[in-house]
Design a protein around this ligand. Structure first.
Ligand code: SF4
Ligand code: SF4
Length: 98
């Protein structure tokens, strides 16, 4: 007998993670002018699965607390304008299994 595999929504998957946010961001947009003048598509707002990057008129808001530490922004920014480090030990994403 075949078993039907249940599809999970992104909200359900996100329920399986918790965050212990540091007070200091581990993500830095180095130069907002580059975002403003050289990156019309603001691609970090598209490729980040956690929607960490939000463009606010003339600058990038970085909601680092919800970062999934996937590392995509290390290579995804076409101008190498994001400095990415792992959060300090004991901080960042915590995966809950089951
Ligand atoms: S992808 Fe890079 S340059 Fe473009 S908006 Fe994001 S941080 Fe700025
Ligand atoms: S590491 Fe992944 S989740 Fe975190 S800000 Fe970069 S793209 Fe978003």
């Amino acid at each position: 007998m075949s078993e039907t595999k249940k599809e999970h929504t992104i909200e359900e998957k996100q329920y399986l993670v918790r965050f212990n946010a540091d007070t200091k961001s581990h993500l830095t947009v180095l130069d907002s002018d580059i975002c403003l003048t050289k990156c019309p598509d603001k691609v970090c707002t598209i490729f980040c699965p956690a929607e960490v990057y939000k463009w606010e008129n003339i600058r990038m808001h970085v909601g680092y607390e919800g970062c999934h530490e996937c590392g995509s922004c290390r290579i995804g920014c076409p101008h190498q304008n994001i400095k990415w480090e792992y959060p300090k030990g004991g901080h960042g994403i915590i995966f809950r299994l089951g």
